[in-house]
Design a protein around this ligand. Sequence first.
Ligand code: ADP
Ligand code: MG
Length: 322
Amino acid sequence: MNEFDLIRTFFASQGNVRDDVAVSIGDDAAVVSVPCGMQQVLTTDILVVGTHFLAEADPIGIGHKSLAVNLSDLAAMGAVPKWFTLNLSLPEVNASWLQGFCRGLFGLANQWNISLIGGDTVRGPLTIGIQAGGVVPTGKAMLRSGAKVGDRIYVTGTLGDAGVALLHQRGTLPLAAADLATVKSRLDSPIPRLSEGLALRDFASSCIDISDGLLSDLRHIASASTVGARIMVERLPVSTVYRRYFEQLGRWDTAITAGDDYELCFTIPERRKTDFEQLGAKWQCGATYIGDIETEPGVRVVDRLGVDHKPKTDGYEHFAAD
Ligand code: ADP
Ligand code: MG
Protein backbone atom coordinates (compact mmCIF):
# COMPACT_ATOMS: atom_id res chain seq x y z
CA MET A 1 0.00 0.00 0.00
CA ASN A 2 1.54 3.34 -0.99
CA GLU A 3 1.14 6.70 0.79
CA PHE A 4 -1.83 7.79 -1.34
CA ASP A 5 -3.69 4.48 -0.96
CA LEU A 6 -3.16 4.73 2.77
CA ILE A 7 -4.58 8.27 2.90
CA ARG A 8 -7.51 7.27 0.71
CA THR A 9 -8.31 4.08 2.62
CA PHE A 10 -8.00 5.34 6.15
CA PHE A 11 -8.41 9.08 6.16
CA ALA A 12 -10.05 10.61 3.07
CA SER A 13 -13.12 8.41 3.17
CA GLN A 14 -13.92 8.61 6.86
CA GLY A 15 -15.58 11.03 9.18
CA ASN A 16 -18.27 13.58 8.54
CA VAL A 17 -18.13 16.42 6.05
CA ARG A 18 -19.00 19.86 7.34
CA ASP A 19 -20.54 22.40 4.99
CA ASP A 20 -18.06 25.11 6.08
CA VAL A 21 -15.28 23.03 4.47
CA ALA A 22 -14.89 24.25 0.88
CA VAL A 23 -11.80 22.14 0.07
CA SER A 24 -10.81 19.08 2.10
CA ILE A 25 -8.26 16.24 1.74
CA GLY A 26 -6.90 15.92 -1.80
CA ASP A 27 -5.62 19.39 -2.69
CA ASP A 28 -2.46 21.20 -1.59
CA ALA A 29 -4.27 22.75 1.36
CA ALA A 30 -7.74 22.87 2.87
CA VAL A 31 -10.10 25.85 2.60
CA VAL A 32 -12.62 26.57 5.36
CA SER A 33 -15.12 29.36 5.99
CA VAL A 34 -15.11 31.29 9.26
CA PRO A 35 -18.47 32.97 10.03
CA CYS A 36 -18.59 36.76 10.24
CA GLY A 37 -17.90 38.07 13.74
CA MET A 38 -15.92 34.96 14.70
CA GLN A 39 -12.21 34.41 15.23
CA GLN A 40 -10.41 31.19 14.43
CA VAL A 41 -8.67 29.40 17.33
CA LEU A 42 -5.81 27.03 16.43
CA THR A 43 -3.88 24.56 18.55
CA THR A 44 -1.53 21.64 17.99
CA ASP A 45 -0.06 18.80 20.04
CA ILE A 46 2.38 16.01 19.26
CA LEU A 47 2.20 12.51 20.73
CA VAL A 48 5.39 10.46 20.49
CA VAL A 49 5.78 6.76 21.12
CA GLY A 50 7.81 6.16 24.26
CA THR A 51 7.07 9.61 25.64
CA HIS A 52 3.27 9.85 25.54
CA PHE A 53 2.30 6.23 25.04
CA LEU A 54 3.90 2.80 24.89
CA ALA A 55 4.47 1.15 21.49
CA GLU A 56 2.14 -1.70 22.48
CA ALA A 57 -0.66 0.64 23.68
CA ASP A 58 -4.14 0.09 22.29
CA PRO A 59 -4.38 2.02 18.97
CA ILE A 60 -8.02 2.98 19.70
CA GLY A 61 -6.83 4.85 22.79
CA ILE A 62 -3.98 6.49 20.86
CA GLY A 63 -6.42 7.69 18.18
CA HIS A 64 -8.82 9.04 20.78
CA LYS A 65 -6.18 10.69 22.92
CA SER A 66 -4.27 12.41 20.14
CA LEU A 67 -7.43 14.29 19.18
CA ALA A 68 -8.74 14.68 22.75
CA VAL A 69 -5.67 16.59 23.96
CA ASN A 70 -6.15 19.12 21.17
CA LEU A 71 -9.88 19.46 21.81
CA SER A 72 -9.06 20.03 25.47
CA ASP A 73 -6.98 23.07 24.45
CA LEU A 74 -9.91 24.40 22.42
CA ALA A 75 -12.20 23.78 25.42
CA ALA A 76 -9.87 25.86 27.61
CA MET A 77 -10.17 28.75 25.12
CA GLY A 78 -13.98 28.46 25.03
CA ALA A 79 -13.91 27.58 21.31
CA VAL A 80 -16.35 25.46 19.31
CA PRO A 81 -14.21 22.82 17.53
CA LYS A 82 -14.66 22.46 13.76
CA TRP A 83 -11.73 20.95 11.89
CA PHE A 84 -8.44 19.12 12.37
CA THR A 85 -5.40 18.04 10.40
CA LEU A 86 -3.35 14.91 11.06
CA ASN A 87 0.41 14.51 10.69
CA LEU A 88 1.39 10.87 10.95
CA SER A 89 4.82 9.30 11.10
CA LEU A 90 4.47 5.52 10.87
CA PRO A 91 7.20 2.86 11.06
CA GLU A 92 5.15 0.62 8.72
CA VAL A 93 1.68 0.27 7.21
CA ASN A 94 -0.10 -1.94 9.73
CA ALA A 95 -3.75 -2.10 8.63
CA SER A 96 -5.14 -3.44 11.88
CA TRP A 97 -3.28 -0.79 13.91
CA LEU A 98 -4.56 1.93 11.54
CA GLN A 99 -8.14 0.60 11.78
CA GLY A 100 -7.99 0.79 15.57
CA PHE A 101 -6.39 4.24 15.48
CA CYS A 102 -9.14 5.49 13.13
CA ARG A 103 -11.84 4.04 15.34
CA GLY A 104 -10.61 6.04 18.32
CA LEU A 105 -9.91 9.14 16.25
CA PHE A 106 -13.16 9.33 14.28
CA GLY A 107 -15.23 8.11 17.21
CA LEU A 108 -14.33 11.31 19.04
CA ALA A 109 -14.35 13.51 15.91
CA ASN A 110 -17.87 12.43 14.99
CA GLN A 111 -19.09 12.95 18.52
CA TRP A 112 -18.22 16.64 18.16
CA ASN A 113 -19.06 16.91 14.46
CA ILE A 114 -15.55 17.91 13.44
CA SER A 115 -13.91 17.09 10.11
CA LEU A 116 -10.45 15.84 9.17
CA ILE A 117 -9.40 18.25 6.39
CA GLY A 118 -5.76 17.35 5.66
CA GLY A 119 -2.44 16.20 6.96
CA ASP A 120 0.85 14.63 6.04
CA THR A 121 1.99 11.01 6.14
CA VAL A 122 5.61 9.91 6.35
CA ARG A 123 7.64 6.87 7.37
CA GLY A 124 9.45 7.17 10.69
CA PRO A 125 9.10 6.50 14.42
CA LEU A 126 5.42 6.42 15.49
CA THR A 127 4.43 10.04 16.05
CA ILE A 128 1.07 11.75 15.79
CA GLY A 129 0.71 15.49 15.37
CA ILE A 130 -2.78 16.92 15.26
CA GLN A 131 -3.76 20.51 14.69
CA ALA A 132 -7.32 21.41 15.64
CA GLY A 133 -9.23 24.55 14.72
CA GLY A 134 -12.36 26.07 16.14
CA VAL A 135 -14.10 29.42 16.45
CA VAL A 136 -15.07 31.92 19.15
CA PRO A 137 -17.03 35.16 18.85
CA THR A 138 -14.47 37.94 18.29
CA GLY A 139 -12.73 38.93 21.52
CA LYS A 140 -14.41 36.20 23.60
CA ALA A 141 -11.64 33.59 23.85
CA MET A 142 -10.79 32.71 27.46
CA LEU A 143 -7.14 33.49 28.19
CA ARG A 144 -4.68 32.60 30.93
CA SER A 145 -4.10 36.28 31.60
CA GLY A 146 -7.47 37.44 32.93
CA ALA A 147 -7.42 36.31 36.58
CA LYS A 148 -7.86 39.08 39.18
CA VAL A 149 -7.14 39.21 42.90
CA GLY A 150 -10.25 37.96 44.74
CA ASP A 151 -11.38 35.59 41.96
CA ARG A 152 -12.27 32.05 42.99
CA ILE A 153 -10.40 29.10 41.48
CA TYR A 154 -12.35 26.04 40.31
CA VAL A 155 -11.65 22.76 38.54
CA THR A 156 -13.93 20.42 36.62
CA GLY A 157 -14.14 16.70 37.40
CA THR A 158 -11.62 14.95 39.63
CA LEU A 159 -7.83 15.24 39.69
CA GLY A 160 -5.11 12.62 39.75
CA ASP A 161 -6.75 9.53 38.25
CA ALA A 162 -4.58 9.59 35.12
CA GLY A 163 -1.60 9.89 37.46
CA VAL A 164 -2.78 6.85 39.40
CA ALA A 165 -2.92 4.84 36.15
CA LEU A 166 0.58 6.02 35.23
CA LEU A 167 1.99 4.93 38.59
CA HIS A 168 0.46 1.51 38.00
CA GLN A 169 1.87 1.39 34.47
CA ARG A 170 5.35 2.16 35.82
CA GLY A 171 5.03 -0.70 38.31
CA THR A 172 5.10 1.45 41.45
CA LEU A 173 1.44 1.11 42.48
CA PRO A 174 -0.43 -2.20 42.39
CA LEU A 175 -4.17 -1.66 41.77
CA ALA A 176 -7.22 -3.92 41.98
CA ALA A 177 -8.48 -4.83 38.48
CA ALA A 178 -11.69 -2.78 38.69
CA ASP A 179 -9.80 0.28 39.98
CA LEU A 180 -7.25 -0.07 37.22
CA ALA A 181 -10.00 -0.15 34.56
CA THR A 182 -11.50 3.07 35.94
CA VAL A 183 -8.29 5.07 36.06
CA LYS A 184 -6.89 3.61 32.85
CA SER A 185 -9.82 4.99 30.91
CA ARG A 186 -9.04 8.43 32.38
CA LEU A 187 -5.46 8.10 31.14
CA ASP A 188 -6.19 6.57 27.72
CA SER A 189 -9.49 8.24 26.79
CA PRO A 190 -9.66 11.66 28.40
CA ILE A 191 -12.94 13.52 27.84
CA PRO A 192 -12.33 17.04 26.54
CA ARG A 193 -14.50 19.44 28.57
CA LEU A 194 -15.81 21.22 25.48
CA SER A 195 -19.37 22.04 26.53
CA GLU A 196 -18.14 23.21 29.93
CA GLY A 197 -15.51 25.43 28.27
CA LEU A 198 -18.13 26.93 26.01
CA ALA A 199 -20.45 27.73 28.93
CA LEU A 200 -17.55 29.20 30.92
CA ARG A 201 -17.05 31.96 28.36
CA ASP A 202 -19.86 33.86 30.10
CA PHE A 203 -18.32 33.53 33.56
CA ALA A 204 -14.59 32.81 33.72
CA SER A 205 -11.90 35.48 33.91
CA SER A 206 -9.21 32.94 32.93
CA CYS A 207 -8.98 29.27 32.01
CA ILE A 208 -6.41 26.55 31.28
CA ASP A 209 -6.63 22.81 30.74
CA ILE A 210 -4.67 20.63 33.13
CA SER A 211 -2.21 18.65 31.03
CA ASP A 212 0.98 18.94 33.11
CA GLY A 213 -0.55 18.91 36.62
CA LEU A 214 -2.64 21.41 38.58
CA LEU A 215 0.31 23.13 40.26
CA SER A 216 2.23 23.57 37.06
CA ASP A 217 -0.76 24.72 34.99
CA LEU A 218 -2.15 27.06 37.64
CA ARG A 219 1.28 28.72 37.74
CA HIS A 220 0.73 29.64 34.08
CA ILE A 221 -2.50 31.45 34.99
CA ALA A 222 -0.80 33.15 37.93
CA SER A 223 2.18 34.39 35.94
CA ALA A 224 0.17 35.38 32.83
CA SER A 225 -2.25 37.31 35.07
CA THR A 226 0.54 38.70 37.34
CA VAL A 227 -1.23 37.44 40.44
CA GLY A 228 -0.75 34.52 42.84
CA ALA A 229 -2.95 31.61 43.90
CA ARG A 230 -3.76 29.75 47.10
CA ILE A 231 -5.10 26.21 46.92
CA MET A 232 -6.91 24.65 49.88
CA VAL A 233 -5.65 21.09 49.66
CA GLU A 234 -8.58 19.33 51.38
CA ARG A 235 -10.96 20.80 48.80
CA LEU A 236 -9.30 19.07 45.86
CA PRO A 237 -11.81 16.76 44.15
CA VAL A 238 -10.51 13.19 43.94
CA SER A 239 -12.27 10.01 42.88
CA THR A 240 -13.27 7.10 45.11
CA VAL A 241 -10.48 5.07 43.50
CA TYR A 242 -8.00 7.80 44.41
CA ARG A 243 -9.23 7.79 48.02
CA ARG A 244 -8.68 4.04 48.28
CA TYR A 245 -4.94 4.50 47.59
CA PHE A 246 -4.67 7.89 49.29
CA GLU A 247 -1.58 7.21 51.42
CA GLN A 248 0.30 5.43 48.60
CA LEU A 249 -0.39 8.43 46.36
CA GLY A 250 1.45 10.73 48.75
CA ARG A 251 -1.98 11.90 50.00
CA TRP A 252 -2.80 14.92 47.77
CA ASP A 253 0.53 14.96 45.91
CA THR A 254 -0.59 12.96 42.89
CA ALA A 255 -3.75 15.06 42.46
CA ILE A 256 -1.71 18.26 42.62
CA THR A 257 1.21 17.31 40.41
CA ALA A 258 0.24 14.49 38.03
CA GLY A 259 -0.54 15.47 34.45
CA ASP A 260 -2.84 14.03 31.81
CA ASP A 261 -6.13 14.78 33.61
CA TYR A 262 -7.40 17.21 30.94
CA GLU A 263 -9.78 18.87 33.36
CA LEU A 264 -10.28 22.64 33.18
CA CYS A 265 -8.91 24.99 35.84
CA PHE A 266 -10.51 28.45 35.76
CA THR A 267 -11.20 31.57 37.76
CA ILE A 268 -14.56 33.18 38.48
CA PRO A 269 -14.99 36.73 39.75
CA GLU A 270 -16.57 36.79 43.23
CA ARG A 271 -19.66 38.66 41.97
CA ARG A 272 -20.40 35.88 39.43
CA LYS A 273 -19.98 33.09 41.98
CA THR A 274 -23.65 32.36 42.69
CA ASP A 275 -24.69 32.32 39.03
CA PHE A 276 -21.73 30.15 38.11
CA GLU A 277 -22.29 27.64 40.90
CA GLN A 278 -25.87 27.17 39.75
CA LEU A 279 -24.55 26.28 36.33
CA GLY A 280 -21.66 24.11 37.58
CA ALA A 281 -24.04 22.09 39.75
CA LYS A 282 -25.74 20.88 36.56
CA TRP A 283 -22.52 19.60 34.98
CA GLN A 284 -22.13 15.85 35.04
CA CYS A 285 -18.41 16.22 35.72
CA GLY A 286 -19.07 18.82 38.43
CA ALA A 287 -17.04 21.92 39.28
CA THR A 288 -15.25 22.38 42.59
CA TYR A 289 -14.09 25.54 44.33
CA ILE A 290 -10.46 24.86 45.31
CA GLY A 291 -8.91 28.20 46.21
CA ASP A 292 -8.51 31.90 45.56
CA ILE A 293 -6.47 34.33 43.54
CA GLU A 294 -4.37 36.63 45.71
CA THR A 295 -1.73 39.31 45.31
CA GLU A 296 1.42 37.45 46.37
CA PRO A 297 3.02 35.87 43.26
CA GLY A 298 3.34 32.08 42.95
CA VAL A 299 1.04 29.21 43.84
CA ARG A 300 0.66 28.07 47.46
CA VAL A 301 -1.00 24.90 48.62
CA VAL A 302 -2.20 25.03 52.24
CA ASP A 303 -4.09 22.63 54.50
CA ARG A 304 -7.02 23.58 56.71
CA LEU A 305 -4.68 24.64 59.52
CA GLY A 306 -2.99 27.04 57.12
CA VAL A 307 0.21 24.94 56.98
CA ASP A 308 2.08 25.03 53.65
CA HIS A 309 1.89 21.76 51.78
CA LYS A 310 4.88 21.19 49.53
CA PRO A 311 4.47 18.25 47.12
CA LYS A 312 7.59 16.11 46.69
CA THR A 313 7.44 16.27 42.91
CA ASP A 314 6.38 18.95 40.46
CA GLY A 315 4.33 18.93 37.24
CA TYR A 316 5.56 17.20 34.11
CA GLU A 317 8.18 19.06 32.08
CA HIS A 318 9.71 17.55 28.94
CA PHE A 319 13.10 19.23 29.24
CA ALA A 320 13.35 19.14 33.03
CA ALA A 321 16.69 17.28 32.97
CA ASP A 322 18.37 19.56 30.37
P1 ADP B 1 1.48 17.71 -0.60
O1 ADP B 1 2.57 16.90 -1.22
O2 ADP B 1 0.88 18.72 -1.49
O3 ADP B 1 1.83 18.23 0.76
P2 ADP B 1 0.45 15.19 0.20
O4 ADP B 1 0.79 14.33 -0.94
O5 ADP B 1 1.32 15.17 1.42
O6 ADP B 1 0.27 16.67 -0.34
O7 ADP B 1 -1.04 14.86 0.67
C1 ADP B 1 -2.07 14.73 -0.26
C2 ADP B 1 -3.38 15.12 0.37
O8 ADP B 1 -3.68 14.22 1.42
C3 ADP B 1 -3.37 16.50 1.01
O9 ADP B 1 -4.65 17.08 0.83
C4 ADP B 1 -3.13 16.23 2.46
O10 ADP B 1 -3.68 17.24 3.29
C5 ADP B 1 -3.81 14.90 2.64
N1 ADP B 1 -3.21 14.06 3.69
C6 ADP B 1 -1.96 13.54 3.74
N2 ADP B 1 -1.78 12.79 4.86
C7 ADP B 1 -2.95 12.84 5.53
C8 ADP B 1 -3.40 12.29 6.76
N3 ADP B 1 -2.62 11.54 7.55
N4 ADP B 1 -4.66 12.58 7.16
C9 ADP B 1 -5.44 13.35 6.40
N5 ADP B 1 -5.10 13.89 5.23
C10 ADP B 1 -3.86 13.65 4.80
MG1 MG C 1 2.83 16.67 2.02
